[in-house]
Design a protein around this ligand. Structure first.
Ligand code: VGL
Ligand code: ZN
Length: 211
């Protein structure tokens, strides 16, 4: 029997085809996280996986902003929005988990980014920074004190989720070898990791967690 890490959960963020090599918004080496996550997923008392899950008319798609290009930014209700290629469209192959990801230990799957008018990088709050996804209350209801975070992408979903995890009062660790980022502009991943550390996120490696 594997000893579980008490009161600790694993958040597996957006390990979906579109964020892996060959996907619509591919993250370099994004698929490398799959075996790393599979190797630690049974150590946690609960595992929460998220899926980026957008309608076709989503505000974050450059294709819905005539005249704008991918990686341009626009203002959406006073919030800066990076424009992406169409990705993780609800019900498409690109929105599925990577086929190698072992999902049998996932207790809940949280879909985010479903509102056409708002993006949601964080697993806790939409990009208006105040609409809750409910994850905080689920975790607090379980008496969880510690969140371990992994998945894609380091400089977006992972970054905002880690920051919100700290803000909502959880001890928060980033499993550094189980995450990869978009890194546009170059250096964005390093900046995200540095900013997470400054915010109080602990950096760990998967071998520190292996049973
Ligand atoms: C993400 C860009 C656009 C992410 C989602 O999950 O990190 N990044 N949508
Ligand atoms: Zn998205």
């Amino acid at each position: 029997m594997v000893v579980k890490l008490d009161k600790a959960v694993l958040l597996v963020l957006d390990v979906q085809n579109d964020f892996c090599p060959g996907g619509k918004l591919e993250v370099k080496d994004g698929d490398i996280v799959v075996p790393v996550i599979n190797g630690i997923v049974n150590r946690f008392s609960k595992v929460i996986a998220t899926m980026d899950w957008h309608p076709k008319d989503h505000v974050s798609f450059a294709s819905n902003h005539p005249g704008m290009k991918v990686f341009d930014s626009v203002d959406v209700n006073g919030v800066n929005q990076v424009l992406w290629p169409d990705h993780c469209v609800q019900g498409t192959k690109g929105a599925d988990f990577h086929p190698g990801l072992d999902d049998k230990y996932f207790d809940i799957i949280l879909r985010k980014g479903t509102d056409p008018l708002w993006d949601s990088y964080s697993a806790f709050y939409e990009n208006d920074r105040k609409t809750a996804t409910g994850l905080e209350y689920y975790l607090k209801g379980l008496g969880v004190s510690e969140n371990y975070i992994c998945g894609l992408a380091t400089d977006y979903c992972v970054f905002y989720s880690a920051i919100d995890s700290v803000k909502t009062g959880f001890n928060t660790s980033l499993i550094i070898d189980a995450t990869r980022g978009v890194d546009v502009p170059q250096g964005n991943v390093k900046k995200a990791v540095d900013d997470m550390k400054l915010a109080g996120v602990t950096i760990v490696r998967s071998q520190d967690l292996a049973a």
